[in-house]
Design a protein around this ligand. Structure first.
Ligand SMILES: Cc1ncc(COP(=O)(O)O)c(C=O)c1O
Length: 388
């Protein structure tokens, strides 16, 4: 091992500035820390940034997906078309609601579903399509909209990676229904958090009621001077509201999204340059239609034909060299539970090819060029150690 970096470089680190801290402290001192005025302000700022008509905040993207599916009445007997190359939360929510996830394969280079594979999977039982805007690139929305409208299906976009992403000139979230995540590694964070945006006011209203016990009004409406303490449960609901502490972070983070995404783009371009010529490392491709990438993740594939270790073995080599990495994602249909209910390897060849080879390199706004050089140096050194 010839490469040396003394300090561990994590795969991700949130970009928290003094203004983020000041905003949270202000809320803590304000006397109101749960869902309240900051949350309303954040929903409005987010709605305005994405150009959507309506927005509802939650305590995670997963909760957003869950409640939209519930609000749509998706459950027992329904099929929902989705990639397996995604975070397992969507598949878990479908399963918990009694619906059947119908996995479709992806294009190994864009990591996203293709309209052809989606169209083939439509049956009489299909209710919805949930494509994922992957790693910051937009899925090809127009053909998917066509399929949804021809078969009378809901198109529900998983936009967890896509804050600031554009499909052509269209900001993701500005049309239809999309779910965003503010988990700690996302392009903006509230620690944990999520937002559903939609042009369907009725849908957003249902999500709003489901997220807070099924009450027709939230705590701010009950306990503020203008509110009244009486409540009415109009349907059984959950408890997944965002707090004002989180929303304050959301507001200050959202104000910096363009700057932070620019920094991500610069780092991604540096990676492209510093990793070029390493034959053992393969690269996904950006979609060939016009788009703006939010560079949520920088993903590469290990060429297993050229090395003596598995992808996981290679990541252990990088860790020895003080470089953290991520796996986004292992195909959900290969996970233990989903193997026991009839899915499993062999189902989706392109997804499985990707699932065995991909990994994510450190990418966050606080990185400097030397960090990128270190990652590239560690990769070259690790490749030399495991080359066939
Ligand atoms: C593609 C994708 N979908 C959904 C989620 C769920 O979001 P959250 O962690 O906010 O529940 C995540 C993130 O973690 C994700 O990466």
């Amino acid at each position: 091992m010839t490469f040396a970096r003394t300090e561990f470089l994590p795969f991700s680190r949130p970009a928290i500035d003094q203004d983020d801290i000041d905003g949270v402290v202000e809320v803590l001192k304000s006397g109101w820390i749960t869902t309240g005025p900051r949350t309303a302000e954040f929903e409005e700022a987010f709605r305005s940034y994405t150009g959507s008509l309506h927005a509802c905040s939650l305590n995670s993207g997963t909760a957003g997906m869950h409640l939209v599916l519930m609000a749509l009445g998706i459950g027992e007997g329904d099929e929902v078309i989705t990639p397996s190359m995604t975070w397992g939360s969507t598949i878990n929510m479908l399963t918990l609601l009694g619906a059947k996830p119908v996995f479709v394969d992806i294009d190994r280079y864009t990591l996203m579903v293709t309209p052809e594979s989606v169209e083939k999977a439509v049956t009489e039982k299909t209710r919805a399509i949930i494509p994922v805007h992957y790693a910051g690139a937009p899925v090809d929305l127009e053909p998917l909209r066509g399929i949804a409208s021809r078969h009378d299906l809901v198109l529900l976009e998983d936009a967890a990676h896509a804050l600031g992403t554009k499909y052509g000139d269209e900001q993701i979230g500005s049309r239809g229904t999309a779910v965003f995540s503010f988990h700690a590694i996302k392009n903006i964070t509230t620690g944990e958090g999520g937002m559903v945006v939609s042009d369907d006011e009725g849908l957003i209203e249902k999500v709003r009621i489901l997220k807070f016990h099924g009450l027709a009004k939230d705590a701010w409406q009950r306990y503020s001077k203008r509110g009244s303490p009486q409540v009415e449960i109009i349907t059984p609901g959950y408890k997944c509201n965002m707090t004002d502490i989180q929303a304050s972070l959301g507001l200050t983070q959202l104000a910096k999204i363009e700057k932070m995404n620019e920094k991500r783009a610069e780092l991604a371009a540096l990676y492209d340059r510093h990793l070029s010529g390493i034959e053992e490392i393969l690269h996904p491709r950006a979609p060939d239609y016009p788009h703006v990438h939010s560079h949520h993740l920088y993903i590469v594939f290990l060429d297993l034909d050229r090395v003596t270790v598995s992808r996981d073995g290679f990541l252990a080599e990088l860790k020895k060299r003080n470089i953290g990495t991520g796996i986004h994602f292992r195909a959900v249909h290969t996970q233990e539970y989903y193997r026991t209910v009839g899915y499993g390897p062999g189902l989706l060849p392109e997804t499985e090819w990707v699932s065995d080879r991909l990994f994510s390199l450190p990418l966050f706004p606080g990185m400097i060029e030397k960090d990128v050089c270190d990652v590239a140096g560690a990769i070259r050194d690790a490749v030399a150690a495991v080359k066939k």
